[in-house]
Write a protein that binds this ligand. Sequence first.
Ligand code: BGC
Length: 552
Amino acid sequence: MTQQSQIKLESAIVQDPEWWRGAVIYQIYPRSYQDSNADGIGDLLGIAHRLPHVASLGVDAVWISPFFKSPMKDFGYDVSDYCDVDPMFGSLADFDILIATAHRLGLKVMIDLVLSHTSDEHPWFVESRSSKDNPRANWYVWADAKEDGTPPNNWLSIFGGSAWQWDTTRCQYYLHNFLTEQPDLNFHEPQVQDALLQVAKFWLDRGVNGFRLDTINFYVHDAQLRDNPALPAEKRNPIIAPVVNPYTWQEHVYDKNRPENLAFLERLRALMNGYNAAAVGEIGDDLKGLEILGEYTGGDKRMHMSYAFELLSANKPSAAYVKGVMDHLDDVAADGWACWAFSNHDVPRHVTRWQLTDAAARMYTTLMMCLRGSACIYQGEELALPEADVPFEDLQDPYGIRFWPAFKGRDGCRTPMVWESSNQNGGFSSGNPWLPVSHDHLPRNVAEQEQDPTSILHHYRKAIAFRHSHTALQKGDKAEVGVTDTILHFRRIDGDETIFCAFNLSPEPAEMAWPEGDWRQIGIELGSAGPAPDGRLHLGPWQPALALLVKQ
Ligand code: BGC
């Protein structure tokens, strides 16, 4: 690359304030991407070394899961210093190298801010728990026991048991929506909000282009600590927690989803605007995820995007299901912006979850790249890695250990990335990996798939490039969403560009009428079908059809 084209590339990164709209974001789980110092745990320099692979996919940005100082009880989602790198992952200087490398390659960097709670080893919490009248006494959610000594209300932790933990120094309970080692910050305290905005500013000043914000609908709790109502069995919809978890038995109206969240999100957005940064906020809710998405991302004062759980579903999405999601989104969040994902570090990999054949995995990827919204792909997804089978003795995830064997936790999607076959650890580490490298993953390594032009890795590149070559797919509206038997079809429109997209979400052939008008078949490299001699569209199993409107 010449110096001039590089300057152009770098200024384009900084200048387009709407870069996030329709962006493809690649999620990196730092423990498992690339180890550079043989301790068996991935690190920031390892990521920097592998960024050319990420850039070669054609994605717009990387989201890096937490690498901050942490006792690692929840593998980095329990932060003890927001403004430093855990020595396990490297140093701030390593982060500077990573970000410079990413920008040189044309990639934006989004980091994962976990603002709802800290680690119990964070100095703020250590001070807060030391007495009832220290300067940070009110920085966390403290409450007295009921008269009978039991917790103040019925709120539950997602990771099991009551959301309240007794503290013998203050002789009070503190709130934790996740592990007991993850005390919940008190967002009703203005100083807490100010301190968290300073954290965001620290990283923006260091050059990050945005944030993935952990659990944004959990920030504020009900100040009156009212009990959540019970949710009748027929209304339970286990999306963010497995059905064996009683967390799904409540309607979470008081422990999260509080209206006061919005004021904080607006303060954060105002700060980010000064940096052209964008945020994707994770909204975990079984019942009202899309409604909340509408509230949090509508207009231009709150979040840019919201991470949607609808396609992280346990069951394989059918044509009717995807249409239902699109329709519901239109009804409750027409002005909002979703960020879709099939896999991440919290759910079983989708190839296994949905029992996908290679053809089906390709079709879902193409579909994702045609959906209105932004898209997150999770490391290893571009290799179609299945969920790894991690035996109980090797489990690390406290959530899995607690609910085993009905729910095996999240280690099966967190095993190390596989880069090459010449090394028993797939090129991830020359040490002993923190989670075993899956034998089923080794033959799917990057180096081998690079050699095979028909591999799924190349399919991901083609599908991402296809999206990027059409603004209608990246930023356009959608229209005429329909389902014909097993075919989902819709149009994407931006100005003069109209694209017809159809997908057969089935292992059986299916057909429908070819749309009226003059269309040019596109996406041939993605296996797209065109009109048959009988004037209809005949789709093979898991086949898409993509066409550009030439004349109405
Ligand atoms: C993250 C999880 C984490 C939890 C608590 C999330 O939703 O994605 O990995 O355990 O928040 O921080």
